[in-house]
Design a protein around this ligand. Structure first.
Ligand SMILES: Cc1cc2nc3c(=O)[nH]c(=O)nc-3n(C[C@H](O)[C@H](O)[C@H](O)COP(=O)(O)O)c2cc1C
Length: 230
């Protein structure tokens, strides 16, 4: 039987938080062989446009991206998750995705790029939840996913869908979330918000999101089975 490999990348620098949980939910729902990698602790530069990858589609910047580059190439499908930082895709995930530039050369002119035709799914997280992001016409938790979608389109990765969840802003745990005048707790939950376990967002409190993530995982599997005629 054809082995279909699905790679999950959690682009949050935090381990075991909402982004990682959402990516894992999608992966588990595929019922396929999967691998989940967190960008936590990884040192990944943005693309430096050295063009060292033009000849052989292999990035020459030797940081923690290199092993991931090989994993991405070997995978039949990738699930990328990331949080919204400052109203956009967080820098760590952005740097990781910029490095996909190494896959975007076709020096022999045969057509197609290295990731063309791979299948993808997206997990998008934002502390502001469905609060509208001024100027972008979408909710806070949709922004990172929208940016990832752009990277997928550039690399001709077929996107099966995006699922968005609200995560917990770090202000819930910094110790000053109820008093700090620029606290995300106040900003997203009101000036008088009091921190208690009940109001701290997490995936378990969003069953409809979990359900959507599971459906996305199943859709990913079906598309892969279609592709490999399993
Ligand atoms: C530097 C920084 C900036 C952030 N900016 C935003 C923001 O503009 N909008 C938002 O909804 N959440 C923002 N957040 C909150 C994160 O999206 C939220 O904590 C999310 O849950 C992080 O994902 P994780 O829980 O998987 O780590 C920000 C967090 C950090 C650390």
């Amino acid at each position: 039987m054809t082995r279909m490999k699905v790679l999950g990348i959690s682009g949050s620098p935090r381990r075991s938080h909402t982004t990682e949980g959402l990516v894992k939910t999608i992966l588990d729902a595929t019922g396929l062989e999967t691998e989940l990698t967190s960008l936590h602790g990884k040192k990944i530069n943005g693309c430096i446009c050295c063009l060292g990858c033009v000849e052989d589609n292999t990035c020459k910047v030797h940081d923690d991206y290199i092993p991931l580059m090989h994993k991405v190439l070997e995978a039949d499908a990738i699930v990328v998750g990331a949080p919204n930082y400052f109203g956009r895709l967080n820098a760590l995930t952005h740097a990781f995705l910029e490095r996909f530039y190494c896959f975007r050369h076709d020096k022999d002119g045969h057509g197609g790029m290295k990731l063309s035709g791979k299948i993808g799914a997206i997990a998008s997280v934002g502390g502001g939840g469905d609060w509208e992001m001024p100027g972008r016409g979408m909710a806070m938790y949709e922004i990172a996913g929208d940016d990832i979608k752009g990277f997928f389109e550039y690399n001709e990765i077929e996107c099966m869908g995006v699922v968005a969840a609200q995560g917990a802003v770090a202000c819930f745990s910094c110790g000053y979330g109820e008093v700090c005048s620029v606290s995300g707790v106040k900003r997203f939950f009101g000036q008088d918000a009091k921190i208690s376990p009940e109001i701290i967002p997490c995936l378990d409190k969003q069953p409809e999101v979990i359900n959507k993530a599971k459906l996305l995982g199943k859709a990913l599997r079906e598309r892969l089975e279609d592709r490999f005629e399993v």
